[in-house]
Design a protein around this ligand. Sequence first.
Ligand SMILES: [Zn+2]
Length: 327
Amino acid sequence: METGELNLVELAQHFSDEDKAREYIERLRWPDGPICPHCGLIDNAYRLAPKESKKGQHVRPGVWKCGGGRQQFTVTVGTIFEDSKIPLSKWLLAYHLLCSSKKGMSAHQLHRMLKVTYRSAWFMAHRIRYTMTQEPLSSKLTGVIEIDETFIGGKPRGRISHATKPGQRPQDRYAHYAKKAPVVSVLQRDGRVQSRYVERVTAENLRPIVEQMVAEDAHVMTDSSSVLKGALTTRKHDQVNHSADEYVRYENGVCITTNSIEGFFATLKRGINGVYHHVGKQHLHRYLSEFDFRYNSRKEKDGDRTLLALKSTSGKRLMLRDSKSVN
Ligand SMILES: [Zn+2]
């Protein structure tokens, strides 16, 4: 099977068998032949036949022996699959399910679909999210940038008002959201998004995020309630006044709007509030990675998005102790 096309039916057919699933990951990770994780030698290893060895030691399927240092390894060394007792075929299915569902998939649903325990399903999803974590941008986002904040999870207290009421200080407005987690997202129009959980939405807290992600010459658009103004320093900034029912306006041929980021937030909120119900603040950044990843690969077909995520499985071995508390 080519590594190009992936859909659920093919996955289910081709990877019902553990050997095929492993060979698939081998082709994906090692397009130029097996790479020894001990010495880095490429395509200079041979497969050990799964059997009882001379000394009575059991050789598992999928074990290679390096022609250089004579050490043994498998394709899962140094990946999130290492030490996992869950069959690779189920991992591949879980990847596909999470990559192809717009709003994500709950551990409960994975548990039912993959016939693994709820706890295993939760760990799998958590590790997959971890591999979806985007590398820090090598260059800052540029061009037209939309920035907005939203509040995820928890139960709102009192009526939610987006605008500050007369005489009300901005910090009072956020009292409504005390149990919700503030998330700030920076989105390059027609480009990528990056989301961050912040303890409190203040200009002071947002300034480092802006500095890290937004180019100096970018044109930033926010809504008028945003506290971002103080975080943008010298960057060009336009606002749309949602409280006056203004969502889009054109100035000198430039579309002033925050509709792209609002759209991203709509999916994020439907996903986290609808599918995941409750996400602990300590895990929120992982869920943000998942939604950022899917948004940033939105132009890919589901199968290609799965491949993209699978290619990030190496060098990202998430230790169990890092994900001990379930939700
Ligand atoms: Zn070696």
